[in-house]
Design a protein around this ligand. Structure first.
Ligand code: PLP
Length: 506
């Protein structure tokens, strides 16, 4: 039975979000018998057009009514009024409030940033039973808890209350020396005086933005880029120029024009295993980037947090290792490779940059907690990181391969992804004939899987069909199951998209 036209009197001035009004009206029409069992509801796109509301409102409303048992979806045929109200089998997530909020907003300085409601969506990922591919976390089952306990006890026995006093802003001197040794193994030759210990890589990046950029200045990033950098740019009121990438990373053929026309004050790049794409910038492009930056005197902030997470392929030196002019500031941390919760990162920089960064760091938080720094120093000296990294890489490569096989098996035809040679993430593009990743999200969480929405990684609101999957943080069985649920959620929703050709998956 097909509904030719649903009569839904929406009140656009009401405090009640549109999708909630829609749920209320459809529910009451089902309960009153106006919409009898078996009635086929219009496809979300058609109803959105008919009511002049956004499709995501309809998708949210249908998802909630399905979870409540009022509606059911039949792959390839559409959404129908159920025979009788059934108890929902899964927990019902609260859909995002309103529709316009999903489209992002323009901030005071002209960039469109991912909207708050995307973050509200992301919070659903933490529900119990959901396989959460959305985080930026490394595998927690490998955290060296025992070593940390031993490290803290040893440090307290050795240093007593000194370990709990204010630390100097540059960081605990022996740790700075360990960082110098550590980065020298990656090819970065520096002195401990060039090292500044920070509260994770995130603070390292934020300090550089504060030290170099003023409100309204322009920052060039890869696009898509690390969502944390977009957040920093927004809070520091800095404009972002998202420059496209090709397989080898940042498009340098376009960079020169951008520099000449827009005068950026900083270039932010992740040359190795870029987040979210997983791409790696080859040596010749690293050199070209340095030459260009030097020629136009634009400093580079290199984020090297995934540098060592290489599964295969050639190893390239960090930009800082190739930097002859002190133009690169290198940011990284012991968060992805050891313990995110210790919150220890570092900056390697030269001359005036370093002095200014120390002042900004002191103004920000006086110092990074001394006990954490000393415990980390103890672990580095006792070889904990080296052992941890070896195990991490082996296991992450295995998980990457499981994710690739599961993606091939379960993702809808027309989906695209690249094989990451390192890092934690798979960057997936869904077919554009189906739901966007935001439209799919509630259905996915109800099916028990969550991912990071592609829009979050763009400063201009693109990325509607992209998702970032963190395969690194999940155990192998959950990776397989997570992709299976993702495929199922997509097929459930895709039945509402008449433009999708009937594929064997539907
Ligand atoms: C590229 C990149 N830089 C920096 C960070 C922040 O890391 P940290 O935990 O060291 O602050 C992350 C975390 O996801 C990241 O992906």
């Amino acid at each position: 039975m097909l509904t030719p036209h649903l009569s839904i009197p929406l009140d656009r001035d009401s405090e009640e979000p549109i999708y909630r009004q829609l749920i209320r009206h459809v529910r009451s029409q089902i309960e009153s018998g106006t919409l009898p069992a078996g009635t086929r509801l219009p496809a979300s796109r058609d109803l959105a057009r008919q009511l002049n509301i956004s499709r995501i409102s309809v998708v949210n409303a249908y998802a909630e009514l399905r979870a409540e048992g009022y509606l059911s979806a039949h792959a390839g045929r559409g959404t129908f009024v159920s025979g009788g109200r059934e108890t929902a089998a899964t927990a019902v997530p609260t859909p995002v409030n309103g529709s316009a909020r999903l489209n992002g907003h323009t901030d005071v300085i002209g960039n469109t940033y991912p909207d708050r409601s995307l973050r509200e969506l992301m919070r659903m990922a933490r529900r119990p039973g959901v396989i959460n591919f959305s985080t930026g976390a490394p595998p927690s089952e490998f955290f060296p808890v025992g070593h940390l306990r031993e490290a803290i006890n040893s440090v307290l026995d050795r240093d007593g209350s000194e370990a709990l006093a204010y630390e100097v802003p540059e960081g605990y001197a022996p740790l700075r020396a360990s960082v110098r040794d550590y980065v020298s193994a990656l090819g970065i030759q520096c002195s401990a005086d060039n090292v500044l210990i920070t509260g994770g890589t995130q603070q390292a990046i934020d300090l550089v933005v504060q030290a170099i950029l003023s409100e309204g200045d322009l920052l060039v990033t890869e696009t898509p880029t690390y969502v944390g950098m977009i957040d920093i740019a927004r809070t520091r009121r800095v404009r972002v120029y998202g420059l496209g990438m090709d397989d080898d990373g940042l498009r340098l053929d376009m960079l020169e024009n951008v520099i000449l026309e827009h005068h950026p004050r900083l270039i932010y790049v992740m040359p190795s295993f870029q987040n979210p794409t997983g791409r790696i910038m080859p040596l010749h492009r690293r050199r070209q980037l340095l030459n260009l930056a030097h020629e136009y005197r634009v400093p580079i902030l290199e984020d090297g947090v995934y540098h060592e997470f290489r599964f295969e392929g050639e190893a390239y030196p960090p930009l800082k290792a190739l930097d002859e002019h002190g133009i690169v500031i290198h940011a990284s941390g012991f968060t992805k490779n050891l313990l995110p919760g210790l919150r220890i990162g570092y900056l390697i920089s030269d001359g005036v940059h370093h002095e200014r960064l120390v002042r900004v760091k002191q103004a920000a938080d006086i110092s990074t907690p001394g006990l954490n720094q000393r415990a980390l120093h103890w672990m580095l000296e006792h070889g904990v990181l080296a052992a941890q990294m070896e195990r991490n890489i082996r296991e992450l490569r295995r998980r990457r391969d499981i994710a690739l096989a599961a993606a091939r098996r379960y993702l809808p035809p027309g989906s695209k992804w690249e094989k990451p040679l390192g890092g934690l993430y798979l960057w997936v593009e869904l077919p554009k004939s189906g739901p966007t990743v935001a439209e799919l999200y509630i259905q996915a969480v109800q099916t028990g899987v969550a991912y990071a929405l592609g829009n979050l990684f763009y400063s201009n609101g693109s990325g509607s069909y992209h998702m970032r999957i963190n395969f690194g943080a999940q155990k192998p069985a959950d990776i397989e199951e997570g992709f299976k649920r993702l495929g199922r959620a997509w097929r459930e929703l895709a039945c509402d998209y008449p433009e999708i050709e009937k594929s064997p998956l539907l």
